[in-house]
Ligand binder design. Structure first.
Ligand code: IPM
Ligand code: MG
Length: 360
């Protein structure tokens, strides 16, 4: 009996999300044969609604059906969520809450956000500073301020509005994501920089303790700790020094945009969110960019590279991931000012040329 197909669920979402996800389709089409011959399984693709698009159609940012599809998939490729049309909704009904609930329900606690100097992409930093940047940010994704309870806004007795968010971490949450970072460093240049705010926050002090303990299991990896404020300036001044950056949820959100600024193109950054088991969630680091939506101008490089990460981490096809990454690099390097759709088509051509040569 033939092996069951791999299942990929596409969640286009809002703004430029549908365009960048559509740009992956030509690659999927070109790839289907290679995919099957290398992994022994067909790739089955489904699409479902999330975010504002799901609110408009189903009244909720994460419909039951979407969650069911996602949970039974092998990988999920998400475009982006959010936009001005839904900005006035209460926090738990906004597009973003669909994504956050999905991350949480899938248990994808480790968010891998690689950032490297890209061919054809100019960094705003001086070339001697920006060249050779190759960082893997490992962001804790299912804890911290994003999920802590209680959380609310209210009017105090003195009539002033007040708000409360809660930051909590337990050692299990810290240990498991730290292990992901150390294991990744072993495959790279053997350095982990853990970023926290241990001079102020209790959560950060626990973070530092636990990460230091985990380092004992990885004695071949060098660990150092940096405070988030000084890490930020150091990243801008010496980005090439960093190998693996390990940090909690909110700091990771901020630092990953900073990395986008450093390499000069946040649209080209990809991410993989992985849990202990179950499907991985793959998404570009960029947001829904409402101002660019519907104009065929957004770069789909981040979405394409996110699919490359899916090939590596979800489908066990590192060679396809490599071809696809090289294909995206080649198109970035051509710097032809391609629109979203044309970019995807061109990547599919490059991908096919590479994988086809390799197979025959
Ligand atoms: C990201 C995004 C999300 C986050 C938003 C859309 C909820 O900024 O993936 O970096 O804050 O995690
Ligand atoms: Mg972000």
């Amino acid at each position: 009996m033939a092996a069951p197909p791999w299942r990929l669920v596409l969640l286009p979402g809002d703004g430029i999300g549908p365009e960048v996800v559509s740009a992956v389709r030509p690659v999927l089409e070109r790839m289907s044969w290679e995919f099957e011959s290398r992994t022994g399984r067909r790739l089955e693709v489904q699409e479902a609604a999330i975010g504002g698009a799901a609110i408009d159609r189903f009244g909720t940012p994460l419909p039951e059906e979407t969650l069911r599809h996602a949970q039974s998939a092998d990988a999920i490729l998400l475009g982006a969520v959010g936009g001005p049309a839904w900005d006035r909704l209460p926090p738990d009904r906004r597009p973003e809450s669909g994504l956050l609930t999905l991350r949480r329900m899938l248990g994808v606690y480790a968010n891998l956000r690689p950032a490297r100097a890209l061919p054809g992409v100019r960094s705003p930093l001086r070339p001697e500073i920006a060249s050779g940047v190759d960082v893997l940010l490992v962001r804790e994704l299912t804890g911290g301020l994003y999920f802590g309870k209680p959380r609310r806004q209210w009017v105090r007795q003195d009539g002033l509005r007040a708000a409360l968010d809660t930051m909590t971490y337990d050692e299990g949450e810290i240990r498991r994501v730290a292990r992901v970072a150390f294991a990744a460093a072993r495959e790279r240049r053997g350095r982990v920089t853990s970023v926290d705010k241990a001079n102020v926050l209790a959560c950060s002090r626990l973070w530092r303790e636990v990460v230091t303990e985990v380092a004992q299991e990885y004695r071949d990896v060098r660990l150092d700790h940096q405070l988030v404020d000084s890490a930020t300036i150091r990243l801008v001044q010496h980005p090439a020094e960093y190998d693996v950056l390990l940090t909690e949820n909110l700091f990771g959100d901020i630092l990953s945009d900073l990395l986008g600024g450093i390499v000069g193109q946040i649209g080209a950054l990809a991410s993989a969110s992985l849990g202990a088991e179950g499907p991985g969630l793959f998404e570009p680091v960029h947001g829904s960019a409402p101002d660019l939506a519907g104009r065929d101008v957004a770069t789909p490089a981040g979405a394409l590279l996110s699919f490359a990460l899916a090939c590596r981490y979800a489908f066990g096809a590192p060679d396809l991931a490599q071809f696809l990454t090289e294909a995206v690099d080649a198109v970035l390097d051509e710097d032809a000012g391609l629109g979203t759709r044309a970019f995807g088509d061109r990547v599919a051509q490059h991908f096919w040329a590479r994988s086809h040569v390799a197979l025959t």
